[in-house]
Design a protein around this ligand. Sequence first.
Ligand SMILES: *Cc1c(COP(=O)(O)O)cnc(C)c1O
Length: 454
Amino acid sequence: MNIDNRTATLKSLDKAHHLHPFTDFKKYGESGGRIITRAEHVYIYDSDGQQILDGMSGLWCCNLGYSQEKLVEAATEQLYKLPYYNNFFNCSNEPSVEMAKTLVSVTPEQFNQVFFTNSGSEANDTNIKLVHRYFDILGMPAKKHIISRKNAYHGSTIAASSLGGMNYMHEQYRGLDYVHHIGQPYWYEEGGDLSPDDFGKKVASELEQKILEIGEDKVAAFIAEPIQGAGGVIVPPATYWPEIQRICDAYDILLISDEVICGFGRTGSWFGCETYHFQPDLMTFAKGVTNGYLPLGGVMVSDKVSTVLKSKSGDFAHGLTYSGHPVACAVGIATIEILKQQKIIENLNQNIANYFQKRWNELADHAVVGQARVQGMVAALDLVKDKSTRERLAPDAEGAVFCRDVAVSNGVIVRAVDNNIISAPPIICNEAEIDMLIERLLIGLDATAKKYGV
Ligand SMILES: *Cc1c(COP(=O)(O)O)cnc(C)c1O
């Protein structure tokens, strides 16, 4: 079968049999999609032969790109040695023990314990159970409510998407009644005439108001991403996190940092909470922990929480068949080894993140760009019709979708979120690859300006 036939066959079988995540089934069944066949370094290749620079690191996970030999070796070796065994019933295995130790060595000092899952969603479900058990043991069983934020993304299981603040997701199922949402620190969209610093304090104070409204004795935890990723790369004002920390401390509320995107270098530090100088009690990780090569997630549990959890006998009634999967953990250990040995994160800000920031900020001069935001290796552009009034380019994300489509067909993957274009390239990109990303994105921005007459 020649390549064209093979591609056509795959595309039609895909339309016929495969229901895709976060996809309009009706539309996809008609139009179909792109088959990705292989990847190398920071490029993906589709079955039509197009090479595309991956400005999203897969789904924010392949931070080290696609050609990490050491990860392949670690998985292969482990598959031969012990492909699977569970961590239930007082059993453990070498990679999950080593991975636990490795995670403790790179996470902030309050973290000395980990609970493994296979994904970020499961890890956030786990967070809820950990938080509930913590306050039950402390004799405060009324503390069950959890506060999150509008436009947050914490995963897509029922519990994780309840924590999330995406309206269009909430419309399709019934969420948990003990989860509440406050505003997001999205200054450009909602800050109006306030300075970023004043706005940061104002939205943080919504947490205090919400705690008082529900009752301090009923609120267990606040969960947030250091930078909201899927919500449009919402980089918070500098005043935001210190105020959140103060409020959590004042009301005995556990602080959960969802680091599924921000972890492992994305924001320029090992973890987003280090970039923003706050001390979470629980920390969710997934995605970049294995460089996306295998599914692995989990919760880092602080000494404060684990001391309480270990103070009482009785099972923690929660776990997954693949919690601490030996092969996924072997790849996780190898991923962190690469990050450590090559000092990739330590050098990021002086090197490629600095260059990325400079090039990305130049895009602010473009006619359709209202604001350029960038922190470490994650960035966004707000697309506008009018810079002075911040009037959005088009309703329903249409303008950003158009811009993204042009960019993708010109060889760079970026993502459209509402009126934002976002990017999170591999943190091992070089300057020429960043130049290529910017150049190809500019083709999209120019075409967008032309289409909308800006
Ligand atoms: C992707 C993501 C999740 C969910 O992780 P899955 O592995 O897809 O379940 C949770 N939180 C954040 C911040 C994410 O970006």
